[in-house]
Design a binder for this molecule. Structure first.
Ligand code: TTP
Length: 182
């Protein structure tokens, strides 16, 4: 059975490799939907499904994995920041508080059967002053990451506590994905 990861994210690739899964990567051409009116976990699942379905169309022989990660606080989703000002704004908003990271996953099997699910992790941030935020951005590029941070890159500078799966925050709840592949 061939497995395709429908993602451009190097973090997702690394997580799936580490789990011992053999797969190819095909970047999905699907456009993400950003609808702030939708419940965040449904939005993640929908975007994961759009990403997987666009690749499954061209690879009906394969099992295709699509995923989408959103950070949200007070039910407001934060995707990837458009620029550095928006990135600063996002970290100021997350400072000193607990937020949720949701990764939606869609696994489409040959024949069209689907597993769609999500995982949630609570992440608590330290109090961040502007100097700490600038220092963090001098080490980590926030622009390709939901919520403008990467827990796997100098996470200790900004995160004080997490409750739930670390891999889910990085972009893929690997244990649940492996279960869906079995
Ligand atoms: C919160 C958080 C997000 N991220 C990353 C994971 C995802 O790559 C990205 C969220 O954007 P996504 O739109 O979920 O994914 P992507 O555009 O990078 O890749 P693709 O759609 O092709 O699968 O943020 C981290 O690496 N660390 C973190 O701590």
């Amino acid at each position: 059975m061939s497995i395709v990861l429908a993602s451009s994210s190097p973090r997702r690739r690394e997580l799936l490799e580490r789990a011992g899964v053999v797969f190819e990567v095909v970047v999905s051409p699907a456009e993400e939907i950003h609808d702030a009116g939708m419940k965040p976990h449904l939005l993640c699942e929908l975007n994961a499904t759009l990403k997987a379905a666009a690749v499954a169309e061209t690879r009906p022989d394969a099992t295709v994995i699509g995923s989408d990660t959103l950070v949200f606080i007070d039910d407001m989703p934060l995707g990837k920041p458009a620029d550095m000002d928006q990135a600063r704004e996002m970290l100021r908003r997350l400072s000193g508080r607990t937020h949720q990271v949701c990764t939606g996953v869609c696994v489409i099997h040959p024949g069209g059967g689907k597993n769609v699910f999500h995982d949630l992790t609570d992440v608590t941030f330290r109090q961040l002053d502007d100097a700490t935020i600038e220092n963090y951005f001098s080490k980590v590029n926030p622009l390709d990451k939901a919520g403008a941070y990467g827990i796997q890159e100098c996470g200790e500078m900004i995160v004080s506590e997490i409750s739930g799966s670390f891999e889910n925050v990085m972009g893929l709840p690997v244990a649940k994905v492996v279960e869906a592949l079995e």
